[in-house]
Design a protein around this ligand. Structure first.
Ligand code: KIV
Length: 261
């Protein structure tokens, strides 16, 4: 049976997501990444709240070293497949590296991804004044935006690697201001990636929109994981903050070796 949100008998919408706070709802908003039609069809029949077509597909699906190589056309292709499989879910697609390097590019690529894939919202990394202005413009033309701060993988070279953010007072002030800026610009929720736990908690308390954490402790309003890490689909171990619920890499390997014997 297709799972529909029990309260509304329909998929979540931005009004419900904006109003979601874990402290009031007594539960965590759950988001998983997804990159293909069959997995999306499966997730469509679960109690999952949100699906993200993350540009992490560059790493886990396409084998790239970073997400920087992912293009807007790749995001359109995968996002279309996922949205087709998950009509009853609120689906969000990532704007990839360079696709919003100017206002003109950002508007054109956002409209292309949103219109051609049929997803309900877009996510973009960063909170410089330029990104805040773009988010305001996008929300004004009807494209809901999820923000993303802390470790922003598209800026791995600029940030100097993958590490936890918000460890000193300057960084904490910067991240708090970024979160408030994203909320003021119109974001309906914000991903906090690898943000120091106590800071993630403070940001969560301060904002009226939900925070969705990954590697940011358990106090955020929501949690997001890469589905390949949760199911251990790849050969390598997932990051430390993710406890896999299975090791499908090993299971599939055993099954295939049995079959091929
Ligand atoms: O691309 C992605 O999967 C993401 C999540 C880790 C938040 O941005």
């Amino acid at each position: 049976m297709t799972y529909l949100n029990p309260k509304t008998n329909s998929k979540l919408n931005t009004r419900q997501i904006r109003a979601f706070k874990k402290s009031k709802a007594n539960r965590t908003l759950q988001m998983l990444t997804c990159y293909d039609f069959q997995t999306a069809s499966l997730l469509n029949e679960t109690a999952l709240d949100l699906i993200l077509i993350g540009d992490s597909l560059g790493n886990v699906i396409l084998g790239y070293d970073t997400t920087i190589e992912v293009s807007i056309d790749t995001m359109v292709l995968f996002s279309k497949a996922v949205k087709k499989g998950a009509p009853n879910k609120f689906v969000i697609a990532d704007l990839p590296f360079g696709s919003y390097a100017s206002m003109e590019l950002g508007l054109a690529n956002s409209i292309k991804l949103f219109q051609q894939s049929g997803v309900e919202a877009l996510k973009l990394e960063g909170a410089f004044p330029f990104e805040l202005e773009l988010i305001t413009r996008l929300t004004q033309i009807g494209i809901p935006v999820m923000g993303h701060i802390g470790l922003t993988p598209q800026s791995v070279h600029e940030q100097g690697g993958y590490f936890t953010h918000g460890k000193n007072a300057d960084e904490q002030e910067k991240l708090m201001n970024e979160a408030l800026g994203l909320q003021a610009a119109g974001c309906f929720s914000i991903v906090l990636e690898c943000v120091e736990e106590s800071l993630a908690n403070k940001i969560t308390e301060k904002l009226s929109i939900p925070t969705i954490g990954i590697g940011a402790g358990s106090g955020t309003d929501g949690q997001v994981l890469v589905i390949n890490d949760l199911l251990h689909l790849g050969k390598n171990d997932p990051p430390k903050f993710c406890t896999s619920i299975a090791n499908l890499y090993e299971t599939k390997k055993q099954l295939l070796n049995e079959y091929l014997k």
